[in-house]
Design a protein around this ligand. Structure first.
Ligand code: S3P
Length: 262
């Protein structure tokens, strides 16, 4: 064997070690999840990620290839999150609720903790149309916008393990709810009108309330929508006074309990 062949063989041995370690690591990730569930422990522990990052930082301090190694670990972490998400949910999570109920915030949080893909319906529609939601309403009217929502939900049928953050009016159409439920569980986020007002007051891309940012107007529109929201929901989560971690933890537990009962 010449030197090059010897080096390649050593490299191959390294890959074997990495491969075995990854297989073992992935199994442990699944076992941890199963342990937490079996013992009723908190599923989401973002502080663990901080600890892992700190450990790596210390271990790599002053070493060569620090950035490259950090990059690999980032990838490993992301994939561990995906493994957990797939073990927990083999469907899409569809978030519905009034404007400002927290759909986008909770989607972002789920994306962070589970590395799930997020489909922010308003954002995708605005991107595809090349204009803001307000401009779509103004130029083509509300029906046109609602049709775009329906088509996007149909498109989502081919995906799984995605968080779909709907527009506030999406569940008003019954056919939309049918599409959501085909491969998704529907989670309704609620908040008091006062909380909603506080969350939306500085945003100007919500044409339906832009000139009516008051508690009575919001309360009235909410009440008009309540029956349809509740009929669409598989689970309902109140968000007032809770932080993102608490809301997501509740969401995971409630979905899992629902799956067990099915
Ligand atoms: C709407 C809610 C908005 C957006 C559009 C209409 C509604 O989405 O889809 O302005 O009918 O409630 P958010 O709930 O994300 O603000």
């Amino acid at each position: 064997m010449n030197q090059l062949e010897i080096l390649r063989e050593s490299l191959g041995q390294c890959d074997e070690i990495i491969l075995d370690a990854l297989i073992m690591r992935n199994r442990i990730v699944e076992d941890i999840m199963a342990y937490k569930e079996a013992n009723g422990l908190q599923i989401l522990q973002p502080e663990q990620e901080a600890k892992q990052k700190e450990w790596l930082e210390k271990r790599m301090e002053g070493r060569r290839h620090k950035d490259e190694v950090s990059d690999v670990f980032e990838c490993i972490r992301t994939n561990s999150k995906r493994i957990q998400a797939r073990k927990l949910f083999n469907y899409n999570i569809v978030l519905i609720g009034f404007m400002g109920a927290g759909k986008s915030t909770i989607s972002d949080f789920l994306k962070n903790v589970f590395a799930m893909d997020v489909v922010e319906m308003d954002q995708i529609i605005a991107q595809r149309q090349g204009m803001t939601i307000s401009d779509i309403f103004e130029t083509y009217g509300e029906q046109y916008f609602r049709d775009l929502e329906t088509n996007l939900l149909i498109e989502m049928q081919s995906r799984s393990n995605v968080v779909i953050s709907c527009g506030g009016g999406t569940p008003m159409r019954e056919c939309n709810v049918v599409e959501m439920k085909k491969n998704g569980r529907v989670v309704l986020l609620t908040a008091k009108p006062e909380t909603i007002l506080d969350r939306v007051k500085n945003n100007h891309d919500r044409p339906l309330i832009e000139n009516n940012k008051t508690v009575p107007f919001i309360a009235d529109l909410m009440e008009k929508r309540r029956a349809k929201y509740e009929a669409a929901a598989d689970i309902i989560i109140e968000t007032d006074g809770k932080n993102e971690l608490e809301i997501c933890e509740e969401l995971v537990h409630r979905l899992r309990t629902m799956d067990e009962e099915k």
